[in-house]
Ligand binder design. Structure first.
Ligand code: PLP
Length: 391
């Protein structure tokens, strides 16, 4: 089976992890701060906090932004459940904004309409989590303008987007948001096995996230209530968690960062080839915004079902049967049973639901060979009974 995504681990990556295993520190050593510095400097952010997953990063981001009981968090229905669950962890309520049918990202016009209504109802969101789906940046300029007008904070869930750019700045630079989150799960652009990071340009948000990452404990006398008892002393001043990243993971992350630009450019080469080969098929190819450079975590096509004699499910299953590990990103979050129990219904977000009935993620990762890509293209042509010319 050709998977839809997979990691690329080099000998340098392996050596970096082995060196840590032979060193004094498996956790809480020099590698985590070094990894944070490498990523922060690369993307142009003031602070970066490495954690054990993007899910944890989303959680501490929400906590730092002060969202809690009685507050609303809004996000897109076309995302991994973690982008919404982080609001629920904090006791907040979650709602969704439909996607733009071209970019598949949160639609700024729908967001504005919903904000206008929420203002009348006294239910404006405290936080909006935007997701750069497939690595394609959201319309951050428009969303930032709305956040100033309606006073909400923005978290960029950039789990798909490290290495991508919006208006000539790397995703993570944070010009249009309060906090940006990356994921380093093996299918993502760079990996630390499990792992994530939260980036911000705010000293205060960084300090808060740092507390929430590690039990709410500080060793900084400036943050303590009263004087420290002695050099052993620490204080718990918040209720935090253990969301720390290990030294092994950080060393892998530092080593992977050496190839970030290479990984993203490989993804662009693969996408360009797909774009060229697939353009004759009755499918919609991914749209690219002219003012951004996608991280291209995913390559999602949409079937034009009225031009195909099969259902979406039949095409999907046939591709799997042909050894192509296609996937579907994502099942609209509001249709999950857990969210249905909260009152969301099928029909609430029509663009998201219509996307779900047509979307297929094709294999996309740097190690995908030309031959494998040919197999994917031929299998897809076969599955939708269309002719395609390879070569
Ligand atoms: C992968 C992913 C996450 C969760 O990342 P983890 O590191 O696995 O916790 C969150 N949001 C999106 C959009 C993702 O793709």
């Amino acid at each position: 089976m050709i998977p839809y995504g997979r990691q690329d681990i080099s000998q340098n990556d392996i050596d970096a992890v082995i060196d840590v295993l032979k060193s004094d520190f498996l956790t809480q050593g020099p590698m985590v701060p070094r990894f944070e510095k490498v990523v922060a400097e690369h993307v142009g952010a003031s602070h970066a906090l490495a954690v054990n997953s993007a899910t944890s990063a989303l959680h501490i981001a929400c906590l730092a932004l002060g969202i809690g009981k009685g507050d609303w968090l809004w996000t897109t229905p076309i995302t991994f459940v973690a982008s919404a669950n982080c609001g629920l962890y904090c006791g907040a309520k979650v709602d969704f904004v439909d996607i733009d049918s071209r970019s598949y990202n949160i639609c700024p016009e729908s967001l504005e309409r919903k904000l206008n209504q929420a203002e009348l109802d006294g239910k404006l969101p405290k936080v909006v989590v935007v997701v750069h789906l497939c690595g394609q940046p959201c319309d951050m300029f428009a969303i930032r303008a709305l956040s100033k007008r309606f006073r909400f904070s923005i978290i960029e869930d950039a789990s798909h987007a490290i290495g991508g750019k919006y208006r000539d700045e790397f995703i993570g630079a944070g010009r249009y948001s309060d906090i940006t989150v990356f994921s380093f799960h093996p299918v993502k652009i760079i990996t630390t096995a499990e792992g994530g990071m939260a980036l911000t340009n705010s000293d205060l948000l960084a300090e808060k996230m740092s507390l929430y990452r590690s039990h709410g404990i500080t060793r900084d006398p400036a943050l303590m209530i009263g004087e420290p008892d002695g050099s052993w002393y620490y204080q718990q001043i918040e209720l935090g968690y253990n969301y720390r990243m290990t030294e092994l993971q950080a060393a892998l992350g530092i080593s992977q960062m050496d190839r970030l630009d290479h990984f993203v450019s490989c993804r662009h080469q693969i996408a360009d080839r797909y774009n060229e080969l697939l353009k004759v098929l009755p499918i919609t190819l991914p749209w690219q915004h002219s003012d951004s450079y996608s991280g291209l975590h995913l390559y999602v096509i949409r079937l034009k079902l009225n031009a195909i004699n099969k259902t979406h499910k039949e095409v999907f299953e046939e591709l799997r049967a042909l050894g192509i590990g296609v996937n579907l990103h994502y099942i609209p979050v509001h249709t999950q049973p857990y969210y249905q129990k909260m009152g969301f219904k099928v029909g609430d977000f029509p663009n998201a639901e219509s996307y779900y009935t047509e979307a297929i993620s094709l294999p996309m990762y740097p190690l995908l060979t030309l031959e494998q890509q040919r197999d994917v293209v031929l299998a897809l042509a076969k599955a939708i009974e269309s002719d395609v010319v390879w070569g």
